[in-house]
Design a protein around this ligand. Structure first.
Ligand SMILES: [Zn+2]
Length: 195
């Protein structure tokens, strides 16, 4: 593979089906293709992540806007209020069952419309950090990490169990400023650690 467009599409396809660099190399070998070096693969993953984040930032949260409009139709007195109280359900899901998962996604869903208003992805794992730890001394790693920390994929330093409550804090904190919605009533499945 050499065309940048083909490379990024290949990496995106592999990410979409949950396959990492090793799986992609297996796939390429089957088709007698050269594949990508791990650093090149990681660079494409980062470019895709940056592109997706830029699109998300440019796109207003249409679900939150729709929830607001539905509340305003049902309760016309809310039209002049910057902040609206809404009832939501909140739950998290993990990449793997149990406490060993490195990734967790937590979602806030409006109870009246059933629309997902917001979500947060937390990870306590970074592939680059793991590779660097295995190949560098502590001093080399510390120096390398200073350059890397702004693009580190680990954004959670606790356990998988604590991801749901940390995500709730992030989601609740930005709901008012970003969407003018205050999640005052929460329906939960009872297994949440969120209080
Ligand atoms: Zn990292």
């Amino acid at each position: 593979m050499s065309n940048p467009d083909v490379n990024s599409r290949m990496v995106l396809a592999m990410r979409n089906i949950g396959v990492g660099h090793a799986g992609m190399q297996d796939f390429c070998r089957t088709f007698n293709m050269k594949g990508l070096a791990v650093n090149t693969y990681t660079n494409y993953v980062k470019k895709l992540k940056d592109t997706c984040e830029a699109v998300v930032k440019r796109t207003p949260n249409k679900a939150a806007q729709h929830v607001r409009s539905v509340y305003e139709v049902k309760f016309p007195e809310l039209k002049d209020q910057r902040i609206i109280d809404v009832a939501v359900t909140y739950d998290g899901t993990w990449h793997r069952r149990g406490r060993t998962s490195h990734y967790g996604v937590s979602v806030v869903i409006d109870l009246m419309t059933g629309l997902a208003i917001d979500f947060e992805l937390l990870s306590n794992f970074c592939h680059c950090c793991t590779l660097a730890k295995n190949t560098k001394s502590q001093a080399e790693f510390d120096e390398w990490f200073e350059e890397h920390k702004n693009e580190c994929q680990a954004n959670h330093d606790g356990s998988a169990c604590s991801m749901e409550s940390k995500a709730a804090l992030i989601l609740w904190n930005r709901s008012i400023d970003n969407y003018g919605l205050r999640y005052t009533t929460v329906l939960s499945d009872g297994d949440a650690k969120t209080k």
